[in-house]
Write a protein that binds this ligand. Structure first.
Ligand SMILES: Nc1nc2c(ncn2[C@@H]2O[C@H](COP(=O)(O)OP(=O)(O)OP(=O)(O)O)[C@@H](O)[C@H]2O)c(=O)[nH]1
Ligand SMILES: [Mg+2]
Length: 229
C-alpha cells in the first residue's frame, strides 16, 4: 500500500477552530465530522483514534467543545472534525439555536464533508437529536457510522443487544449506516473505526474511479464486518 493510500491517524495535528462554516479551512478537501450529544465521548474518541491524549479537549463538564475543531491528518488535505456537542441543557436557548443554525449550515453546505461519525453513549442511544441527525443524513445521502461509546460501562450481553437494536432501528435502504460498539477507555472497536474512516477519506476504486488502482479494502459504510467483540 503506498503512502497516499494509507492514513496515519497519529499524524493528526490541530489546524484551527472555526465558529462558523465560512471559517472552515479551504485547504481541506475531505473530512469526517464527529457529532453527538454533549458528553457522548467525541473528543475522547478522537484522542483514542490518534493516540494523542492531548489533541482534543475532553471534560466531565458537558458542552466543553464549543467550536468546529479541525485536525489535519499529516500532509494530506484530509481532516477529522470535532463538532460541539448538542443537547446540552445548560446552554442558554438563544445560544443553542444559534449553534444549531451553524451546525445545519455546516452539514448542508460543507463540500469537504464525506461522512459523519455519530457518537451515542451506549447506555442512552437514539435520543431526539440523534434521530434528527440521522434523518438529515438520510435525506442528504450522507454516510453515517454510529459509535456506541463507553462500551466499557456495560457487560457484553447488554452491549450486544443494544448494538443489534440500534442497527435495526437505523438501517437505511441505501446501506449508508453502520454501527459498532466502541470504548475510548479500552480501545475496543478501534480497528473497525479506522477501517471506516480510511474507506471514506481515501478514494475507493469501486465507488469513485475504477482506474485508480487495486485497493480492495471494502467500504465499511456499506457493511458491518465485526461487532467489536
Ligand atoms: N468509561 C468511559 N468514559 C468515557 C469514554 N469516552 C469518554 N468518556 C468520558 O466521558 C466524558 C466526556 O467525554 P468527552 O470526550 O469530553 O465528550 P464530548 O462528546 O467531546 O463532550 P462535549 O465536548 O461536551 O460535546 C469524559 O469524562 C470522558 O472521560 C469511554 O469510552 N469510557
Ligand atoms: Mg468534546
Amino acid at each position: 500500500m503506498s503512502e497516499q493510500q494509507n492514513i496515519r491517524f497519529s499524524d493528526a495535528f490541530f489546524v484551527k477552530s472555526a465558529a462558523k462554516l465560512a471559517q472552515c479551512p479551504n485547504e481541506i478537501l475531505s473530512e469526517v465530522a464527529f457529532a453527538g450529544r454533549s458528553n457522548a465521548g467525541k473528543s475522547s474518541a478522537l484522542n483514542c483514534l490518534t493516540e494523542n491524549r492531548k489533541l482534543a479537549r475532553t471534560s466531565k463538564t458537558p458542552g466543553r467543545t464549543q467550536l468546529i475543531n479541525y485536525f489535519q491528518l499529516g500532509e494530506a488535505p484530509l481532516a477529522l472534525v470535532d463538532l460541539p456537542g448538542y443537547g446540552f441543557a445548560k446552554v442558554p436557548v438563544a445560544m443553542k439555536n444559534a449553534w444549531q443554525k451553524e451546525l445545519a449550515g455546516y452539514l448542508e453546505k460543507r463540500e469537504a464533508l464525506c461522512g459523519l461519525v455519530l457518537l451515542m453513549d451506549i447506555r442512552h442511544p437514539l435520543k431526539e437529536f440523534d434521530e434528527a441527525m440521522l434523518q438529515w443524513a438520510a435525506d442528504s445521502e450522507m454516510p453515517v457510522h454510529i459509535l456506541l461509546t463507553k462500551a466499557d460501562k456495560l457487560k457484553r450481553g447488554p452491549a450486544k443487544s443494544t448494538l443489534l437494536k440500534v442497527r435495526k432501528a437505523t438501517a437505511r435502504k441505501d446501506g449508508g449506516v453502520s454501527v459498532q460498539v466502541f470504548s475510548s477507555l479500552s480501545g475496543d472497536g478501534l480497528p473497525e473505526l479506522r477501517k471506516v474512516l480510511r474507506a471514506w477519506l481515501l478514494p475507493q476504486p469501486d465507488t469513485q474511479d475504477s482506474e485508480k488502482g487495486t485497493n480492495s479494502e471494502p467500504n465499511p459504510g456499506k457493511e458491518t464486518s465485526g461487532d467489536g467483540f
